[in-house]
Design a protein around this ligand. Structure first.
Ligand SMILES: [Zn+2]
Length: 381
């Protein structure tokens, strides 16, 4: 059964409202998924994320396999219980991390051999084992192993990596029909969704070909990988647009690892439904807040006597209770609360942006909303 329901299409753009049904509840799209790479959204508790109305968290199979190790999560009774999160979880396979973090990689058609970036232990991951691990994690949405190439990348190598990603996608699809091996099974849900990942670097023909072949194999949703890896923004936008044109209307579209508020608005306008990014929490820990007027480096001296909230339009716990001056003091004194308050605000800002986007689409005013938002929001660093 198709887990995605297209609820409404904006009359003036390709933006759309949808609902993605998962084993741990429905997700209203367009949505933003806070990133909990290690099973934790840095500095925030699951209770705070629930209160901020995060609908789904993202975690990472590669990181969890390396530490604490799949056996410990299995003993805990799947990832939801281990991290105490009741709503949906998407687990990335870690393809991106293997190709950016791990040491001494050897890629073959069978899989990837690499050494842990933590302690040097050797691992060999195949498209099949990555799915088996995600079955044990019990995530609501699983991602297949893929090969994400750097930018720039030669067309020959991009084509080879794209072909390998497709072969691995086929293998992953075949694997979800198989029961988990008895020695590692803990009765993981059979309702886990599997998305396909479109690769092909910045080559339009490779991207289109990859998208079409993935659609032929048939997945519960389609992710766009390898975007925002250093290419110019206009190129990311064009490539994403071409890919979306080759994906079915009645399936969720997920743009992996993107991005800034302005990037999310651009992608929603061309019909993307799901986003994740470390930016709100990473910037939060650096003392930069996202506000309706742009980024605010609250650590800077001009805010030492500014007793207004991070964002006067925000109703989050940080903004309702604390001033820029106090948060700056906390950051300058290396008090952990400072990092927490800015991270919480940033996550709330992103989730509120998505709520406003969903409202605007429903009322056919997404284009106006985007324009109004960007008129106020300074995109400069
Ligand atoms: Zn706030």
């Amino acid at each position: 059964m198709n887990p995605f329901r297209l609820v409404y299409e904006d009359k003036k753009s390709k933006a759309r409202r949808g609902v993605l049904a998962t084993a741990h509840g429905d997700i209203q799209t367009p949505c933003f998924m806070p990133v909990g790479t290690q099973g934790s959204v840095k500095t925030l508790s699951p209770g705070e994320l629930e209160e901020a109305e995060a609908q789904i968290l993202l975690s990472n199979t590669y990181h969890l396999i390396l530490r604490p190790g799949i056996e410990i999560i299995k003993k805990a009774g799947q990832l939801h219980r281990f991290i105490s999160w009741r709503r949906p979880i998407l687990t990335d396979s870690g393809g991106y991390q293997i190709f950016s973090l791990a040491l001494l990689r050897k890629v073959s058609n069978e899989g990837v051999e690499f050494q842990s970036h933590i302690n040097g232990d050797k691992y060999f991951l195949t498209p099949k084992t990555i799915i088996e691990y995600q079955k044990i994690l019990g995530s609501d949405i699983m991602m297949p192993l893929d090969e994400c190439v750097h930018y720039p990348c030669t067309k020959d190598y991009a084509a080879q990596a794209m072909k390998r990603t497709l072969d691995w996608a086929r293998c992953s699809k075949a694997q979800i029909a198989n029961p988990v091996r008895n020695d590692i099974s803990n009765g993981a849900s059979d309702k886990q969704l599997l998305f396909g990942i479109v690769q092909g670097s910045t080559y339009e023909d490779l991207r289109k070909d990859c998208a079409r072949q993935l659609v032929d194999i048939g997945f519960d949703g389609y992710a766009i990988g390898g975007i925002s890896v250093g290419e110019p923004k206009s190129l990311s936008y064009n490539i994403t647009n071409k890919i979306v044109e080759n994906l079915p209307k009645d399936a969720a579209r997920y743009l992996m690892g993107v991005g800034m508020p302005e990037d999310i608005l651009e992608a929603v306008e061309i019909g993307v439904d799901m986003f994740d990014c470390v930016i709100p929490t990473r910037y939060g820990r650096n003392g930069t807040a996202f506000t309706s007027e742009g980024k605010l480096v609250v650590r800077n001296a001009p805010y030492s006597c500014d007793f207004s909230p991070l964002d006067k339009d925000c109703s989050c716990y940080s903004c309702q209770n604390f001033s820029r001056a106090y948060i700056r003091h906390l950051l300058c004194s290396n008090e952990i609360l400072g990092l927490r308050l800015v991270s919480l605000h940033n996550i709330c800002f992103y989730l509120e942006l998505m709520r406003k986007i969903r409202e605007a689409i429903k009322e056919d005013r997404f284009v106006e909303f985007k324009k109004e938002f960007l008129n106020r929001y300074d995109t400069a660093d």
